[in-house]
Each structure stands twice: as C-alpha cells, then as structure tokens.
Design a protein. Structure first.
Length: 516
C-alpha cells in the first residue's frame, strides 16, 4: 500500500509536468509524414532478400530507396543518431557484383545468407563498429563502438546491410525516447506524441516506412512498447538465446543478462522468425523455428488487465476489446481451447518490476563516467537549464538510490514470489499455451509522459522477469489515428508458437497500417 501511495506522488508529478509543458513548452504542431509510395518500401525483408537472390532487384537500388526515405522523414521524426549511408552503398554494390558472378541457388544463399542485401537499422545502444555508441548520454558524447556487438556480427554474416544507428532515451532508462544528444524522437502517427522507448528510434523509423527491419533491446518492454506505439511487430525472445555482448549500458549482475534481450522489430510479421533465427545463432535449434504449429492444439489464456490498477494507469477499453476479439477469432477459426484460468499474481507486477533494476552496481549515468556527478547538484543545475542530463535520468536515478522503494526484506520476498509465479506460469501454460495480454495500457502518450510510461511498465516487464518470449502485435489505429498493440506470451523456448499466433492475428487485425 505504501509503495502504491508513493507511486501516486509520481502521478501528481506527471500532472505538474503536463501543466508546465502546456504553459511554458513550445507549441508543437502535428506534422504529416509523407506516404511511402515505392513498392520497395512496402515489401517485407523476407521477400526483398528473395528478390535480391533472384536478381529481380538490385541491392544498390534498394539501399538508395531507403536512404532517400530516411532523409525524407528523419527531419520530422528525429530518430537517427548517426548514419553510414556511404558505407552501405559500397556494401550494396558488392552484393550486386557478387550475384552477377555466381548462381545464388547453387550457393544456397537462402540458408547461408538469408538477409543478403537487406538494409536494416540498429538501436544505438547495440554496438556497430565505427558508429556512435553513447547510450545517448552526453557523458559519452563522441564515443564510437570499437567492435560489433555479437548480434550485429550475426546479422552481417547473414548478409544484412546496416544503414544507421537510432535514438534511445539516455541510458535506455525510459519508455519515451528523448535525450540531450539529438533531442526528442517523434511518433510518425502523431508527431506531438512520443515513439516509446527505449527502442523508440527503431519504432519511429520502421512505423514510418523508413526501415523494413530493425534490431532493439528489451529489459522491461523496450521492444514491445515502441512496437505498440508505432503500429509494428516485435519479438522479445526467450532469455539467454540471443547473445548480449556489445550492449550498453551493462551490469555484471547475473540477473541483468537474464532479463535483458535483443530482438527484431519489423513492419511485416514474416520477418520476425527469419531474423530471430539469425540472431539466435547456434542456439536457434532450441526454438524449433522450422517446426509447423497446429493452432488447433493451443491452449488460449487471456487477461485484459492486471486486475490491480490502484494508483496506476488503467487499460484503454479499445485494447481490452481487441484482446476479446482476438480470443473470439482464434477459438472460432481453430477451435482451440479457451482457458478460464487467470493469474492474480499479475496484480503484483508493479512490485515485482522493481526487481529488474534492483541489482548490484546497476548502470548509473551519474557515476559511470570518469567524472562523478552529484544527482542533487545536477538537479539544481537542471532547474537552471544547465545540466547535461535528461529529466527522466533524475527520476530513474532517484528511484535507483532508494532501491526502487524496496527494502531488503521486500526484495527477498518478491524474489520468492517471482520464482513461485514463474513455476506456476510455465506449468499452467505448458508447451502449447499462450497468453494474450496488453503491451501497454494506453495509446502513445504526448511528450514528457515518461512517468506515465513508468507506471504502465507492469504489462511488459513481467515477461522479462519470467524469461518468456513475447510477440507484439499491432491491432490497428484508434479513433485518433494512433496505433495500439497487444502481446502474445508463451513459455520459454516457445518463440515459434508466439510468432505463429501473431502471424494469424495479423490476418485478423490487418498488420501494419501506414501513418495518414
């Protein structure tokens, strides 16, 4: 109860921020995103790779088309930290030259280099050699990645061509992408709204048709929330499958690598499985991604809410209805078994979420650089407009200093509760069970809504705590033209199942819809 009342203080603070933004902030007009008219921009990565292998299209033309689109929309979205267009064009020409000399079929490129020639984008906190690698913090301004992250290496070996690195909130610690390196990233569906976080740059670029495929990271919803906010698909893999070396910020606490994942974000659901197979490397066999899934045999669980929203953001009725519609569609189409079981433990998700950030020596933007900063002094400087840190870093830093309002006794209790719930969840769903659940309780929020994001994290973060796979599914646009999303959750190593269910729901809801 005390913790929930403490959260109410954050709600009041959010109201104050909203009022101050309205009174003193700049008036932001809604800017339209020009339509992506090229056929190349409206084709999945899977089909583009096939067309390149068959020499039906030139890789150089494809890369040029995406570069042009990025240059067209980024002045509006502000999602790009640094591009590598010149290098990408050189790599594209090499692909075309290679294919002109060899027969693609004889080289089995579909299996050896399944992403050959496909232009992709990568979150700035995932190392791309020679590119910005700051975590979008001024404390690291100018720092470049010395080597590729392991996940990036796998993508390059699969033939992908990296176009750029995209924006994140400072130190990836918010569900709103705003930092002092490049500023605020805008939502392509309504530029007065945020694009989510922390993979918000990826979400905005993909949702606007400026990227076909992106790579993000997720420790509490950082893939799935931007996917919901930008009307696209995304997948949080089973924990421990995709390599994490080369991610920033980092923490040596074992639990950090259990909760953090790297995964794909895409406009087209068919690209998720293809990319996940690449990212999983030698662990891909655990996920059995080539196995057929019989949707008639699935056990269908669903919850439209966590059923405990005291002092928290409530779930929009449109999201609740979408989950109910998804259940009706799946049960009618496949005669699968609808399960009445609910999980009251989800009502304690907010309390358990504190476990994610309550670690030994967690990342700390105020202490990680050679210069150590006092959070209190920096906050005074922030009020005077002279601090190098973003506002959400102060909120996160203050919560971290108080162990996210968690005593040692409560930490131990919540860890025990989590282990019990994890065992129950896995045993209840089993290998054939999926849970339909909100991704985030509302539509994309307006600028400076990061506290609202923090209070809505309970729906996504629980999957990281459980180590379970979760696929984000766009469910269409609401009356304001803003995207909404839900997630399909499975038990560990059942990524194939959640993606297949997402693919089927994509047929019902219509998949990605371009901003208008």
């Amino acid at each position: 109860m005390l913790k929930r009342l403490s959260l109410k203080i954050l709600v009041l603070l959010q109201w104050i921020v909203n009022i101050l933004t309205c009174v003193f902030g700049k008036k932001n007009e809604r800017k339209a995103i020009p339509p992506a008219t090229s056929k190349l921009l409206n084709t999945s990565a899977t089909k583009l790779a096939e067309s390149i292998r068959k020499s039906e299209i030139f890789c150089e033309d494809l890369v040029l088309t995406y570069i042009k689109r990025i240059r067209e929309v980024n002045p509006i979205l502000n999602a790009v930290v640094e591009n590598r267009f010149a290098e990408a064009l050189i790599e594209a020409k090499k692909v075309d030259e290679y294919l002109s000399r060899y027969n693609a079929a004889s080289l089995d490129l579909e299996n050896v280099k399944p992403l050959l020639g496909v232009p992709i984008t990568v979150k700035e906190s995932i190392a791309v050699k020679g590119m910005s690698f700051t975590g979008c913090s001024l404390t690291r301004k100018g720092m470049k990645a010395k080597e590729d992250a392991e996940a990036v290496t796998l993508l390059k070996e699969a033939g992908a061509i990296i176009l750029l690195v995209s924006s994140t909130p400072e130190y990836c610690t918010a569900l709103e992408t705003n930092n002092n390196i490049i500023g605020r990233t805008r939502n392509p569906y309504d530029t007065r709204c945020g694009s989510g976080g922390s993979s918000g740059g990826e979400g905005a670029l993909i949702g606007s048709g400026a990227s076909v495929l992106g790579i993000g990271s997720d420790i509490a919803g950082s893939i799935r929330v931007p996917c919901a906010f930008n009307g696209i698909y995304g997948h949080k893999p089973t924990s421990g499958i995709v390599p994490l070396i080369g991610n920033f910020p980092w923490c040596d606490d074992k639990r950090f690598s259990e909760y953090l994942v790297v995964g794909p974000m895409a406009r087209y659901v068919e690209d998720l499985k293809l990319t996940l197979k690449v990212l999983a490397g030698n662990k891909a066999s655990r996920l059995r991604l080539d196995d057929e899934v019989d949707l008639q045999k699935i056990n269908l669980f669903y919850m439209v809410d966590s059923y405990d929203d005291f002092c928290l953001t409530k779930v929009d009725n449109a999201i609740k209805r979408a989950i109910e519609q998804a259940v009706a569609y799946l049960t009618k189409t496949f005669k699968c078994t609808e399960m009445s079981t609910k999980f009251p433990e989800m009502g304690r998700s907010t309390e358990m979420t504190g476990l994610i950030f309550n670690m030994k020596n967690p990342p700390n933007v105020f202490k990680d650089s050679e210069t150590k900063y006092s959070i209190s002094i920096e906050f005074l400087k922030f009020l005077a407009g002279k601090s190098i840190f973003s506002f959400h870093s102060f909120i996160f830093g203050a919560l971290a200093s108080q162990k996210f309002l968690m005593t040692d006794e409560e930490f131990n209790l919540q860890m025990k509760n989590l282990e019990k719930f994890k065992e129950k969840f896995i045993n209840t769903l089993g290998p054939n069970g999926i849970l339909l659940y909100p991704n985030f309780p509302t539509e994309p929020f307006r600028y400076n809504g990061f506290i609202k994001g923090l209070l809505g994290m309970r729906f996504s973060a629980i999957c990281n705590l459980l180590g379970c796979p979760s696929t984000s599914v766009p469910i269409g646009l609401n009356k304001k033209g803003l995207p909404l999303g839900i997630q399909v959750i499975g038990t560990p190593n059942q990524d194939n199942l959640t993606i297949e269910v997402a693919k089927e729901l994509g047929k019902y809801f219509g998949g990605w819809q371009a901003p208008n």
